[in-house]
Design a protein around this ligand. Structure first.
Ligand SMILES: [Zn+2]
Ligand SMILES: [Zn+2]
Length: 265
């Protein structure tokens, strides 16, 4: 039997196999903020009861508890997990490929004519871990299109974080911002409280606009009729060519000069 790593990505492309990813799509019964699967239209319970500080949130894929992408994200946080030796590399390739194609879609949805001025990550709940967090290495070091604009703009504060509760005081800005736009990158969205709190802290520090891209919008297969809905989504093959934003219009926002110069730098 082949190892997880061989199954996850075809050797030729270096990218996670599309069959491993589940593309979120806007529509009826989908939260218009976080793309959670819901009973009704509009916002899911968590988004309705939380605060909305992000201009837009874009999950690349759904992840399902205990299944492929979820296991990969758990493994990359452990790093030394020999069952998934390429977890960091695989997620770095996913992030870079997606942003190379779709950062213009996210920027446009956030009302920007160019790309984001700064790119940062949501700090880890554990301040000590945050210094070595693998997502910082992906966005700040590995990815050619993000590392030039990466800056550690937030650190975890002393404030005690209540899980799933919006609280920008849980993060302290590292400096004042002067109207810069910021793209937040996070690995997993569950309630959205971390990303929305980080956005609130960045806006209070002077950011003009904050959007988020998350590797995975987390779902539980056993909740309500998620299983049937996930099976339907799995039939629609994931494609790197579209994101939740451009899938709506059918046309990707073409990278402008700003992105080409980032890529070639
Ligand atoms: Zn939601
Ligand atoms: Zn797109």
């Amino acid at each position: 039997m082949s190892s997880d790593a061989e199954w996850l990505r075809p050797a030729s492309s270096g990218l996670l196999a599309e069959r491993f990813l589940i593309a979120p799509r806007h529509g009826p019964g989908v939260c218009r903020c976080c793309l959670n699967l819901t009973d009704g239209d509009g916002l899911c319970w968590a988004c309705r009861h939380g605060e909305q500080r992000l201009a837009v949130a874009v999950p690349i894929s759904y992840s399902v508890g205990g299944e492929g992408l979820h296991r990969l994200i758990v493994a990359y946080k452990r790093e030394a997990d020999s069952s998934v030796p390429h977890a960091l590399t695989d997620l770095a390739a996913l992030c870079e490929r997606f942003l190379a194609l779709h950062e213009p879609c996210i920027a446009s949805a956030a009302g920007l004519s160019d790309g984001f001025d700064r790119i940062t990550t949501v700090p880890s709940a554990d301040p000590l871990r945050d210094l070595q967090h693998p997502l910082r290495r992906i966005v700040g070091e590995r990815s050619e299109i993000t590392r030039g604009r990466y800056e550690r703009l937030l650190v975890r504060s002393e404030s005690v974080a209540i899980p799933r509760v919006y609280d920008p005081a849980r993060y302290t800005p590292t400096r004042a911002l002067t109207g810069e736009s910021v793209l937040l990158v996070d690995d997993m969205w569950t309630s959205g409280a971390s990303a929305q709190s980080a956005a609130g802290a960045l806006l209070a520090a002077g950011a003009s606009s904050v959007a988020a891209v998350v590797l995975a919008r987390h779902l539980n297969r056993s909740w309500h009729n998620n299983d049937a809905r996930l099976r339907d989504l799995e039939q629609l093959a994931f494609s790197y060519e579209s994101c939740v934003l451009c899938a709506r219009t059918g046309a990707r926002i073409e990278p402008g000069h700003w992105l080409q110069s980032q890529t070639l730098a």
